[in-house]
Design a protein around this ligand. Sequence first.
Ligand code: NAG
Ligand code: NAG
Ligand code: NAG
Ligand code: NAG
Ligand code: NAG
Ligand code: NAG
Ligand code: NAG
Ligand code: NAG
Length: 743
Amino acid sequence: MASQTNPHFPLLLAIAFLLSIFLSVSAQYSPRFACDTDNNPGLKKFLFSDSIDRLGIPSYGWWSEALHGVSDTGPATWFNKTVVPGATSYPQVILTAASFNESLWNLLGKVVSTEARAMYNTGVAGLTFWSPNVNIFRDPRWGRGQETPGEDPLVASRYGVAYVKGLQETEDGDEDRLKIGACCKHYTAYDLDNWTSVDRFHFNAIVTQQDLEDTYNLPFKKCVLDGNVASIMCSFNKINGVPACGDKELLEDTVRGKWKLNGYISSDCDSLDVMFKDMRYEKTPEQVTADALNAGLDLNCGDSLKNFTASAVKKGLVNETMVNRAVTNSFTTLMRLGFFDGNPSKQMYGKLGKKDVCTKANQDLARETARQGIVLLKNNLGSLPLLPSDIKSLAVIGPNANATVAMIGNYAGVPCKYTTPLQGLSDSVETLYEEGCDHVMCNSTEGFEKAKNIAAKADAVVLVMGTDLSIEHEALDRTEIDLPGQQNLLVSEVAYAARGPVILVVMSGGGIDVSFAKCNPKVTSIMWVGLPGQEGGGALADVIFGRYNPGGRLPMTWYPRSYTDTVTMSNMNMRADPSTGYPGRSYRFYRGETVYPFGYGLSYSLYVHHLVKAPKQLTISLKKPATGQCSKSTCKSIDATDKVCGSQSFDVEITVTNIGKMAGSHSVLLFSYPPQVIYNSPQKQLLDFKRVQLGPWNQTSIKFKVDVCKQLSVVDKDGNMKLPLGRHVLQIGDLKHSINLKI
Ligand SMILES: *[C@@H]1O[C@H](CO)[C@@H](O)[C@H](O)[C@H]1NC(C)=O
Ligand SMILES: *[C@@H]1O[C@H](CO)[C@@H](O)[C@H](O)[C@H]1NC(C)=O
Ligand SMILES: *[C@@H]1O[C@H](CO)[C@@H](O)[C@H](O)[C@H]1NC(C)=O
Ligand SMILES: *[C@@H]1O[C@H](CO)[C@@H](O)[C@H](O)[C@H]1NC(C)=O
Ligand SMILES: *[C@@H]1O[C@H](CO)[C@@H](O)[C@H](O)[C@H]1NC(C)=O
Ligand SMILES: *[C@@H]1O[C@H](CO)[C@@H](O)[C@H](O)[C@H]1NC(C)=O
Ligand SMILES: *[C@@H]1O[C@H](CO)[C@@H](O)[C@H](O)[C@H]1NC(C)=O
Ligand SMILES: *[C@@H]1O[C@H](CO)[C@@H](O)[C@H](O)[C@H]1NC(C)=O
């Protein structure tokens, strides 16, 4: 055994023991921070303090979370009244994604990492945060869909990269340093938690190479290649029979080999134990540990590595090289974070402290983020915005009308404070309030009469309905996508009794079948506010009273209930299958009816798009003949690889005019419809997007640069990028334009 010949073996094993969630120190000396050279001058001789006092490092908790604000979900971060009582709680990611504003996503990362670093300095947070969640929101029932940027791989990738950079990048631009360490999770094809009898600890996701390449893996690839993320977390589930955390092809060969991750691969909590106990993947926990280390895992959330690495090595199941690699990847990340640079207060972010958490500016940004994300779905002429001077009394009704925790969703922390919908609206007008239902489950109609009474008296009605974590959350997927319980009935009865406009506000993570309200002329407006964060009520009031002109767009398809009646959640195929009647998933593949489509969202203004410039014909010159595939005359597609296709781009230039009376912020989405020459291509895909601010009657021009080989290509059956030749149709709003692609 290698162990008997290597004098460092005991040390290596000792370090391996540390690779559990909490690095623990057995020595009597327990420093407050690593490399305290003032109190221990002997440390100076080590190059990286420069060091570790024979492992004289303080215990380090790896698990912190900062999905939409610093959270206390992981044990390494906590709040208490004396030190840091709370942190700014931004809207849940699904709403932030609806803003389609990349600079906002990046800014949120910066602000959240500042609060995180401030909390680290005060001793109540770690430096490694296991956020963001960039899984594809594949099915509307998923209880964690709210945590993600939605169903589109390009949006998820852009969100992931912008947020990761915001969290990680230091002010001095030194890429070796990290402000905090981010983590893109959960790799991969993880988007089912607990649906009927299927759960994530047993689920084997059967995924095609095509779906893996152009959908499930894309956000992770971009997190590593474009975001330089410090960590990837492997998921609980199996992918085509192999647990993600034990899959060498996914971890070592792809994440580290092809994408060149500069950082560590962590498990979920505790994936290794799940592999052993729930999946019964191996006969012994040592073998599971060896599988994971051999596959490329560096860190385990849980104590499996701590308990079983030593015996796995002794049994010869895994060698020292693998253990060294795991230790090195984890510890170099801590070095990049300044963990071994001595007293945190003397470092780059050393001046940050309690005063930098929950600042007025940070809380204002929570309100601004919600405003930018809110999606207006229906607005009969003259319904919204309401003029406060016209409203002598406003009826505010519904189980979420005075919501607090329901606004912050999964992976939240303790917010600085809450502004509930009722409080936000009451700041502008006189309100009357009735819950109607005392809980989102809404099994009783007892409160309906009181609600109808105030609706009949008031000048306008706002119904705040939807879900909360009792309906959709981690470990709980929905089985139905209607409003829960008797909520539909409450909305309809209140609308019937009302004498003024009726505004239905849907507070939820996932999409809801609100067709009944869409079709009901008495429901004059519908808006979706996601889970809008601590300032949700203020943002909602800003939109309702026209202080903010809504510009959010749905980052996921809203399906009718018939979709969940016929499609099993465990079917991972993105592509439709006409032979079985399977309708496919997301706007890229699903052709059936929707309640509201991906990208949908109204404004109080109208915007007109006009094409200024785009080519009609494009001739691709190949770097190298597309040998073996086809001759020039019969060729239907070419390899979109750098070797063959090279770099060629064109501009699409348009003008956008705001022809309304209000200034507004408008997201322009550029789609393409590729020619259907590659098997199972998407019918439509998002190429790019941009959000612009426009005054009333004002115009701006927008230029999209389209990289032909990278952006117009699609993935074939075997997972290879192909550029289909022929007619590509570009679409922006109502504008369509064809480009003929030739070689
Ligand atoms: C708050 O946390 C700090 C740091 O961990 C600790 O010293 C203090 O005792 C805690 N206070 C309370 C009231 O729990
Ligand atoms: C690791 O060992 C500890 C102490 O024996 C035990 O409590 C824990 O359950 C073990 N964990 C696993 C995953 O086996
Ligand atoms: C250690 O194990 C890995 C994975 O099985 C193997 O590729 C490598 O050659 C081994 N190294 C040594 C020094 O035995
Ligand atoms: C609304 O919620 C807030 C915060 O929980 C609470 O203080 C207030 O009393 C509630 N208002 C009503 C009318 O119930
Ligand atoms: C409503 O129904 C749910 C689910 O059946 C049940 O768990 C809950 O206790 C009920 N609530 C009330 C107030 O009856
Ligand atoms: C699934 O959900 C049910 C009902 O809430 C719960 O009892 C069960 O523990 C959950 N299972 C898992 C694996 O999360
Ligand atoms: C995008 O977000 C940033 C940060 O909040 C904001 O300054 C900018 O105005 C937003 N862009 C648009 C067009 O709304
Ligand atoms: C209109 O747009 C131009 C540039 O596109 C800008 O300079 C001007 O300030 C805008 N006017 C208003 C009223 O927004």
